[in-house]
Design a protein around this ligand. Structure first.
Ligand code: COA
Length: 168
């Protein structure tokens, strides 16, 4: 199992993943841009966003990785290179998502662990990770990976937990 940058090599698993997400009620996650119809467009978007090009308003440069196990994409994550005021409230440095059919197998814990290594390699010395106060799985994942709860805050009527993970 490893984190890789999105590549056409996994096109079959990518198509399968999109189908699964759509059947589960929509792509519904910002790491797969809604308007990206083909893998080529998707790859271009993630490459540009990593370089800070063609970012939507208020977005920051971010690197997307896929968590792959064998020839299957089991999840993906997005590592933001910096924070905005909004990301300090909700979103933080790292977002992650495990495809529905692969949940509860430990991949969520793995993806954050591997993402932290990538964030450190990017030069960040600590990262903010947020999740909904009701997201039991994510709370476990963050705390297992060294997250210290700094505060809770309400964003759009939802209670959000803000954790920091310090690499020092
Ligand atoms: C949150 C998410 C990443 C969890 O992924 P996962 O692969 O199922 O996580 P894991 O298998 O590593 O499980 C982590 C822990 O949460 C528990 N867990 C997983 N899903 C759970 C659920 N629905 N309810 C309660 N506990 C759950 C697991 O049993 C495990 O507990 P343990 O550490 O005591 O063994 C996945 O559900 C997801 O992608 N959700 C949508 C996106 C999201 O919420 N992202 C996180 C915020 S950025």
């Amino acid at each position: 199992m490893k984190l890789i940058k999105p590549t056409k090599q996994y096109v079959e698993s990518w198509s399968d993943l999109i189908k699964e997400l759509e059947e589960a009620g929509g792509r519904g996650f910002w790491l797969i841009p809604e308007k990206s119809e083909s893998i080529d467009e998707y790859l271009q978007t993630v490459r540009e966003h990593e370089q800070g090009k063609n970012l939507p308003d208020f977005w920051v440069p971010a690197t997307t990785y896929w968590l792959v196990d064998g020839d299957k994409i089991v999840g993906h994550c997005n590592i933001r290179h910096q924070l905005t005021e909004k990301l300090k409230q909700i979103g933080g440095h790292i977002g992650y998502h495990i495809r529905p059919s692969e949940r509860r197998k430990g991949y969520g814990s793995n993806i954050l662990e591997l993402s932290l290594k990538k964030a450190k390699a990017l030069g960040l010395d600590k990262v903010l990770v947020t999740c909904d106060d009701s997201n039991v799985a994510s709370i476990k994942i963050i705390e297992k990976n060294g997250g210290l709860l700094k505060e809770k805050g309400v964003v759009d009527k939802k209670l959000v937990r803000r954790y920091w993970i310090d690499f020092a």
